[in-house]
Design a binder for this molecule. Structure first.
Ligand code: AHR
Length: 663
């Protein structure tokens, strides 16, 4: 900086924003390869992300297994109809699904049965087909009277929107299927199932799916929500959590074997997110496991994302019950891990590979990583992980194990994996350590250099769950830009930082247990938060090779920081496919900054560059259902005059510059 400028700044006559910033990219000194897995997604059934969310099932409590067995149902008696509804358990459909509904119809009138109100209403689209199915049986009286089931769609006023009729109910449980085309669009419709004759009818697994799911899969996913994931181009997907892997207590933990096969054979479990961290408690939040491990693997394949399942390591949530499986009783947990690898990768002749093939996927899912425990810490974990390590590596040496660093990035033992590296590296080392940080925006600015001095000989890092928690934990631009500033550090260190994912992924408006979140939806709409666009921009502009960047400004940025921050946060690299230079610049401060950019080592820059800018009028700006595109990236053409040029970076912004050099 020129002495006069510095003097002016010190005298207070020059704003920090007026101090020139120089960003130099050394284009001739390619650095480390950037991990191709760097940006992915983390899915957990929290905030109604699965049932009532991504999983396209429209009926809530389809198997009557909620504690409140009639939850989301109502009795319907049309005309002179009369009868009783009861929940029964004798001679059930199967032992894993012990409750079912009995209709005891005394007088059929114009139909006696039930209505299901879905997850706060059933959303229907005009002209769309809906697949109805139910497991049912009937007594001889009903059969003799040629009784049938009418499955009807109705809007909230009772207006009929379509129906199908199912006949030939027998004495044994059987699945009945029908298709209903909706004649209108409705946001709060219901499904009505009526018996047409006197007698006894038993019903279970009452189900309604739109025909149009993501990739048109049966038992599929909501197309609009899954498309939001596809648009993130995730390199991997971590599933199924999160805390639900651990469970509040051990019986509540996620057990993947309960999540595959016939949906009627998947025992329901209460969701530990009945208990809210921030938001509404949800006493009727259950896991049907309809979106189970097969569907997760299939989704990964559909998204082109590597699967990263996380399994329980014999420990329930250490904040809650702290239940632990004794070391000498860990075998079933370890066996679950071994069986999962065989389920994913084994040949169709192997016992678990055969199950995958029977589900319609004879080819392996190509699993390469497996997580052992979520947010576990302390001696209890360090004793259990080696048991998994030895068994898994003995049989599947190529599988990389992801270990937990615990929940508290500021806790003394958070870095234990790295500190204990010497102890473990010749025995049972971590391949990848899963670090979580939910902190205020300033923390993300202060820690953008977190991995600059990371020991490259130690385990790789997975920034597995992070989000900037702004005031009132809102999904503001300020939070998103702080995450972007931090992520420049992830890319800069992407030789050791192998993976990253924001968390949580989904939030259903009015049904959240945790905020902020990446993607917001209700039964008919979806929008991305500003953080969503940060993730999308980083994933869509991940360089293959890093290039050195220097950000110089004589004065540190005027921001309250524990240590001096750069005037701008920047990272650069090359896209091997397009041969473009990608320069990512984040300005998290309240004033725009102009930088002099120099592409050192470049002889020529194509004049027609592109910039993508995420910015908005205020750092408090958020997206919403009413203004879903208030904070979205805007593309602009950039006229570049040579290998040195200036550019203004707006306040609170993320800019991606793509430049063709030396062509
Ligand atoms: O993302 C929400 C929760 O945060 C996850 O379930 C857990 O891993 C972390 O505490």
């Amino acid at each position: 900086m020129k002495p006069l400028l510095l003097a002016a700044l010190l005298a207070g006559s020059l704003a920090a924003a007026d101090v020139p910033v120089r960003i130099t990219v050394d284009t001739a000194a390619p650095g480390h390869a950037v991990s191709p897995r760097l940006h992915g997604i983390f899915f957990e059934d929290i905030n109604y992300a699965a049932d009532g969310g991504l999983y396209a099932e429209l009926v809530q409590n389809r198997s009557f297994e909620h504690d409140e067995h009639f939850y989301s149902y109502g009795k319907v008696a049309r005309g002179s109809a009369a009868g009783d509804l009861s929940i029964e358990t004798a001679d059930p459909l199967n032992a894993k699904n012990p409750h079912y509904l009995r209709l005891a119809v005394r007088e059929p009138g114009k139909g006696f049965g039930i209505a299901n109100y879905g997850f706060g209403g059933i959303a229907l689209q005009q002209g769309e087909n809906y697949f109805f199915s139910v497991r049912a049986r009937a007594d001889a009286a009903f059969a003799t009277a040629h009784g049938a089931l009418r499955a009807m769609l109705e809007d909230e006023t009772g207006r009929p929107l379509g129906e199908c009729q199912l006949e030939n109910l027998g004495a044994a449980w059987a699945q009945l299927d029908g298709t209903i085309k909706s004649t209108a669009t409705a946001a709060h419709a219901r499904l009505v199932v009526l018996a047409t004759a006197a007698g006894r009818v038993d019903l279970d697994v009452v189900s309604l799916f739109p025909e149009h799911t993501f990739k048109h899969r049966r038992n599929g996913l909501r197309a609009d929500l899954a498309q939001m994931l596809a648009d993130l181009h995730p390199a991997f997907m971590r599933f199924p959590g999160g805390c639900i892997v651990e469970g509040m207590d051990l019986p509540n933990r996620y057990q993947w074997k309960n999540s595959i096969g016939d949906i009627a054979e998947r025992p329901e479990n209460w969701n530990r997110w009945q208990d809210a961290i921030r938001g509404q408690t949800a006493p009727q939040y259950y896991q049907t496991y309809g979106l189970g491990f097969f569907e997760y693997f299939q989704l990964c394949e559909d998204l082109g994302a590597e699967p990263l399942p996380i399994l329980n390591c014999g420990m329930a949530c250490e904040f809650q019950s702290k239940q632990t499986v004794p070391l000498d009783q860990l075998d079933p947990f370890v066996q679950d891990a071994l069986d999962l690898i065989e389920f994913a990768n084994g040949s169709a002749d192997s016992p678990w590979g055969a199950k995958r093939a029977a589900l319609g996927h004879p080819a392996p899912f190509n699993l390469k990583m497996l997580g052992v425990g979520n947010e576990q810490w302390g001696d209890t974990y360090f004793e259990r992980y080696p048991v998994f390590y030895r068994a898994i590596k003995a049989k599947y040496s190529a599988i990389q194990l992801v270990t937990s660093a615990g929940p508290g990035v500021d806790a003394g033992d958070y870095d234990r994996w790295k500190l204990a590296w010497d102890k473990f590296k010749n025995g049972t080392p971590a391949d990848i350590v899963d670090e979580h940080y939910y902190r205020p925006p300033q923390w993300f600015l202060d820690h953008a250099t977190r991995y600059d001095a990371q020991d490259r000989a130690g385990p790789k890092i997975f920034a597995g769950e992070f989000a900037a928690h702004d005031r009132a934990r809102r999904n503001t631009l300020r939070a998103a830009i702080a995450e972007a500033a931090f992520m420049t550090g992830l890319v800069r260190n992407a030789d050791i930082v192998a993976m990253s994912s924001y968390a949580p992924l989904f939030a259903k408006a009015g049904a959240t247990q945790w905020v902020p979140d990446l993607i917001w939806f209700d039964n008919t709409r979806v929008y991305g938060s500003p953080s969503y666009y940060v993730q999308a921009l980083f994933a869509g502009n991940r360089p293959d090779v890093a290039l050195p960047v220097a950000v110089e400004s004589a004065a540190p940025a005027a921001a309250p920081a524990a240590k001096p921050l750069p005037a701008l946060f920047a990272v650069a690299g090359r896209d091997a496919h397009t041969a473009e230079l990608i320069l990512t610049v984040v300005n998290p401060f309240a004033e725009a900054r102009t930088a002099d950019l120099e592409l050192r080592g470049a002889t020529r820059v194509a004049p027609d560059a592109r910039a993508t800018v995420l910015a908005s009028a205020s750092a408090d700006d958020e997206n919403s259902f009413d203004t879903p595109r208030k904070v979205v990236p805007r593309e602009e053409a950039v006229a570049v005059s040579g290998t040195a040029f200036s550019r203004m970076f707006p306040a609170q912004s993320l800019t991606i510059l793509r430049l063709k050099i030396n062509e």
